[in-house]
Design a protein around this ligand. Structure first.
Ligand code: NAP
Length: 333
């Protein structure tokens, strides 16, 4: 039943993350209503093919973006479709309509993040993107709030699940790159076109977003020195293994533009990052006051990323409710 107090959400995309998000909401529906004091309703989702079989159902799917972007009842637009276009055009349109926007799209943010944040600011609305970096590891809020009294001096980590899965199997089982890549694709860990992962581009996008948060740097993908894992063969790994060195695709940055890179590093087994295996991700921050900090956890997956997106939606919903309260107060003057 319709209730005017509900906070209404429109999804741009209803794939792995979109469905994980709805599963997450369904699992905690009462909890969410208690915390917000109103219900959170997914109004409808934009997809390419409404007939496609999906693990999770929604009452309404559409192939027309205007059903979301121009629906005055929708308070929050969640962009989980991926890619640069049309996500870029739709995100700008949603911000211009003064809707709160949540996105998990690292490519979009790496390419256009500063412009989109500025557009949100000018329109007096919000752009939140916790799900775009390290999936289920809640790191952006930690940096923005938990570390706002400290200064980050180095960012280092394993930011891509597909490549970590491939490198772990090549190292542990001596398998070759193409065999493990095929296996990763069959298991759903790698896309049919894995180039964004194996080239290091996916990790570079996340590093760009993190550098902007940690160092307040105006940086873009062109500033990242980047190489991937395609050149590695099992013989080289066997040779290094004999010397006690473990290959990991490491993203690393310091507060200078010249030291931002993604590439394979050979780590000793004493390094915490060397023990992060399979589809896990990890982040190590060195800060002025706290020293070394370390997080690890699921860097991808529908439920884990959906949970990060839901955290953003909850924050956006609180802003929507606060604006409604201000509107009521002003109307009563
Ligand atoms: N998967 C993860 O674990 C993960 C983790 C962190 C961040 N992310 C980010 O989250 C975003 C979504 O990823 P995902 O894995 O959920 O992608 P996905 O499974 O491929 O889902 C994409 C969804 O968007 C829809 N879509 C794509 N292009 C469209 C277009 N031009 N018009 C209308 N609908 C369109 C698709 O419709 P159909 O279903 O009809 O094809 C699908 O529902 C990406 O930016 C990704 O980088 C993903």
């Amino acid at each position: 039943m319709r209730n005017d107090d509900d906070v209404r959400v429109g999804l741009l995309g209803f794939g792995t993350v979109g469905q994980g998000l709805v599963q997450g909401i369904n699992l905690q529906i009462n909890n969410i209503s208690c915390r917000l004091g109103v219900s959170l309703k997914i109004q409808r989702a934009l997809v390419q093919d409404t007939k496609k079989k999906r693990a999770v159902g929604l009452p309404e799917l559409t192939t027309d973006a205007r059903d979301i972007l121009e629906d005055p009842e929708i308070d929050i637009v969640v962009e989980v479709m991926g890619g640069e276009q049309p996500a870029y055009a739709y995100t700008k349109q949603a911000l211009r309509q003064r809707k709160q926007v949540v996105t998990a799209n690292k490519l979009l943010l790496a390419l256009h993040g500063p412009e989109l944040k500025e557009l949100a600011r000018r329109n007096g609305t919000g752009l939140l993107y916790e799900g775009s970096v390290l999936g289920g590891i809640p790191i952006l809020r930690t940096i923005q709030r938990g570390l706002c009294g400290d200064r980050v001096e180095e960012v280092k980590g394993i930011f891509n699940s597909t490549t970590n899965f491939i490198l772990t199997r090549m190292y542990d089982l001596g398998e070759d790159y193409w065999t493990v890549l095929r296996l990763a694709q069959e298991a759903g860990y790698a896309e049919a076109d894995p180039s964004m992962d194996v080239s290091g581009l996916d990790a570079a996008c996340k590093l760009v977003i993190l550098c902007r948060e940690c160092f307040d740097l105006d940086i873009y993908l062109k500033d990242v020195t980047m190489s991937g894992i395609e050149h590695l063969d099992k013989w080289q790994i066997a040779l290094e293994k004999g010397q006690g060195r473990i290959p990991k695709l490491i993203a690393c940055a310091k507060p200078q533009k010249t030291e931002i890179r993604v590439g394979v590093e050979w780590l000793p087994d004493t390094d915490l990052l060397s023990r992060v295996s399979g589809v896990q991700n990890a982040l190590s921050l060195r800060t002025l006051l706290a020293g070394e900090l370390f997080w690890s956890g699921p860097g991808a997956g529908g439920l884990a990323t959906g949970g990060a997106v839901l955290a953003d939606i909850m924050e956006a919903a609180e802003r929507v409710l606060m604006e409604r309260d201000i509107g009521f107060l002003q109307a009563g003057r």
